[in-house]
Design a protein around this ligand. Structure first.
Ligand code: MN
Length: 269
């Protein structure tokens, strides 16, 4: 009987032509047959958006590389449900040109691509390389592989979703891998809105960018990359805040017995 090779799906949010995607696809080859399904244009900052109001087009760029005129989530959804011959063993997203640290994770198309994989039941990892303009992906392979190998030891856990940030310098400088938590605070944009005027005299707005970073609490993703470590943050799919569910339930129970409110409800009936 012919053995079927496991499939690895690779996507990103910087677009199918990104050198970070190429680097990740090359590393992914160690884990199975690589399929690339990525957005045809840059989708950074789109978060977990999906395209509902227009049909999507898929173009086969070469062999097992496809591009989609949609978001990273569209790509992963289409790949798993339609394009790939069978369910992949892994979904990898990135390597993003720039960090996805702290609250920036919630806007990230890179992380959302991996989140879509995890929601479809496939262990998934998002990779981002910290930096601004010049990105050197040539050294990243060993660390990408180490992170994936580590995660594979947890296969039985289910809902595996990791956000990984690589420091902006190469092999020989990196001190190791640190498992971290998301820092609070924004990393690549600060709180300011820049207001200017366009040539027609209309007010236009943009978000001010900032450099990493103010949050230097030990244990956070930001602290780890600033200290020379590869940051690995395990993320959850279930956003429920169980720790306050009981207290909230109690508060509503008390509310329900408020006679004044009950009277209002009775009257409304
Ligand atoms: Mn990006």
């Amino acid at each position: 009987m012919q053995e079927t090779r496991p499939l690895v799906l690779v996507t990103n949010d910087d677009g199918v032509d990104s050198d970070g995607l190429e680097a990740l696809a090359a590393a992914a080859g160690a884990f199975g047959e690589v399929w690339v399904v990525a957005p045809s244009s840059e989708q950074s900052g789109v978060g977990h958006g999906i395209t509902l109001h227009r049909p999507l087009k898929v173009e086969q760029c070469s062999g097992r590389t496809y591009c989609v005129n949609g978001t990273p989530s569209d790509c992963v959804w289409l790949a798993i449900r339609s394009l790939l011959p069978r369910k992949p063993r892994l979904v990898l997203s990135g390597i993003n040109r720039g960090a996805n640290l702290g609250e920036d994770v919630t806007y990230s198309g890179t992380v959302a691509g991996a989140m879509e994989g995890a929601l479809r039941g496939v262990p998934s990892v998002a990779f981002s390389l910290v930096g601004r303009d010049a990105f050197d992906f040539s050294w990243t392979k060993d660390w990408v592989c180490k992170v994936i190998e580590g995660m594979e030891a947890l296969q039985d856990e289910g809902d595996l979703l990791l956000s990984v940030n690589l420091p902006p310098f190469g092999n020989g400088w990196i001190r190791g891998i640190q498992v971290t938590r998301m820092a609070r605070g924004l990393c690549r944009v600060d709180g300011h809105v820049i207001t200017t005027t366009d040539p027609e005299g209309n007010k236009i707005y943009s978000f001010a960018k900032k450099d990493i970073l103010s949050d230097l609490e030990p244990g956070t993703d930001v602290y780890a990359v600033m200290s020379g470590y590869v940051s690995v943050t395990p993320l959850v799919l279930d956003w429920t805040r169980y720790s306050i569910s009981g207290a909230l339930e109690q508060a509503y129970a008390l509310n329900a017995h408020n006679p004044k409110q009950s009277a209002v409800v009775r009257e409304a009936l």
